[in-house]
Design a protein around this ligand. Structure first.
Ligand SMILES: Nc1ncnc2c1ncn2[C@@H]1O[C@H](COP(=O)(O)OP(=O)(O)OP(=O)(O)O)[C@@H](O)[C@H]1O
Ligand SMILES: [Mg+2]
Length: 288
């Protein structure tokens, strides 16, 4: 487990907290360096729904540029954690820093603009819109022309639209979906829809991409293609968190893995460390 070096109490001022500003001068230089490299820090995060504890005192961090696997049985709290990192749910206690700043009170769309994107456990494309249109929707946080731009159709608006379209086509090409550009998203095979969600998420130009079970419903060939795509995204320098039940995918491409069980963090380490972790083995045996 990564020791955060120090704990920060939750205060009303957390939205302006900067991890670098608060670093103790006594911290070792290598620790200071690694703090700077953390794109995401989750501190003592807890969340209850009625009587159900979905997340219980979760602390971890994600270093820039890595793929961080997030695994655990059904109901472990994985999607809830994504919902909190994307600002959908506020924590009962604890806090989240993205690039050193608290995300508290930042609305969902502003977090997308700040660089956090996600895909959903259940595909949430606009089924009757084409793939191209879906990707353009993902891009709108990066374009300037809003309602009035669309009405006035000034030259700069048209220029921006053309550029957005070119960029969307590039992304569709990047995800290997060129053959489907003008097809209705709802008509795509499920494997392609999962890829299309990634294309749409990439359109917002994220620095942190959260993938919630991207391989669910995919066959072995599609899963392999997905793994290759995720690695291509990593090469672009985009940090990812990957919730996945397909263990060969999760263990095969994650740099580190966090294991959740009934809302608690059971283990954290490299895939190999996780496979040999006693608590993980005990949980597995307990379930068998
Ligand atoms: N909006 C909600 N209202 C009530 N309970 C919820 C809500 N969201 C999640 N929960 C509960 O919180 C717990 C964690 O759910 P969550 O969806 O985060 O699990 P998960 O690890 O993503 O599971 P799965 O692998 O099945 O997707 C579950 O007991 C779930 O029923
Ligand atoms: Mg889930």
């Amino acid at each position: 487990m990564i020791d955060m070096g120090m704990e920060q109490p939750e205060t009303d001022k957390t939205e302006t907290v900067n991890a670098n500003d608060t670093a103790s001068p006594l911290l070792h230089e290598s620790e200071l360096h690694s703090r700077k490299e953390r794109i995401l820090e989750v501190h003592s995060l807890s969340k209850m729904f009625g009587g159900v504890t979905a997340l219980d005192d979760i602390t971890f961090s994600v270093e820039k540029g890595i793929i961080c696997g997030l695994i655990g049985p059904n109901g472990a709290g994985k999607t809830t954690l994504f919902n909190m990192i994307t600002g959908i749910y506020a924590p009962d206690s604890g806090y989240i820093l993205f690039k050193g700043k608290s995300i508290r009170k930042i609305p969902v769309h502003a977090l997308v603009k700040a660089g956090i994107a996600r895909t959903f456990q259940h595909v949430e494309l606009f089924g009757s819109m084409t793939l191209l249109e879906n990707v353009l929707v993902g891009m709108h946080v990066r374009t300037r022309s809003g309602f009035w731009g669309a009405v006035t159709r000034l030259p700069w608006v048209l220029r921006e639209e053309r550029k957005a379209r070119e960029r969307a086509e590039e992304l569709i090409n990047f995800t290997g979906l060129s053959d489907y550009t003008h097809r209705s998203a709802g008509d795509l095979p499920i494997g392609r829809q999962k890829m299309a969600e990634i294309a749409r998420a990439l359109a917002s130009e994220p620095s942190l991409l959260l993938l919630d079970e991207p391989a669910a419903g995919l066959n072995a060939v599609e899963t392999e293609a997905l793994g290759l795509l995720i690695e291509k995204v990593k090469k672009k320098g985009i940090t990812m968190m990957l919730v996945e039940h397909d263990m060969s995918l999760a263990m095969g491409i994650s740099d580190k893995v966090i294991v959740l069980d009934r809302g608690r963090k059971l283990a954290e380490g490299t895939p190999r460390e996780i496979q040999n972790n006693q608590d993980v083995m005990d949980a597995y045996l307990g379930e068998a």
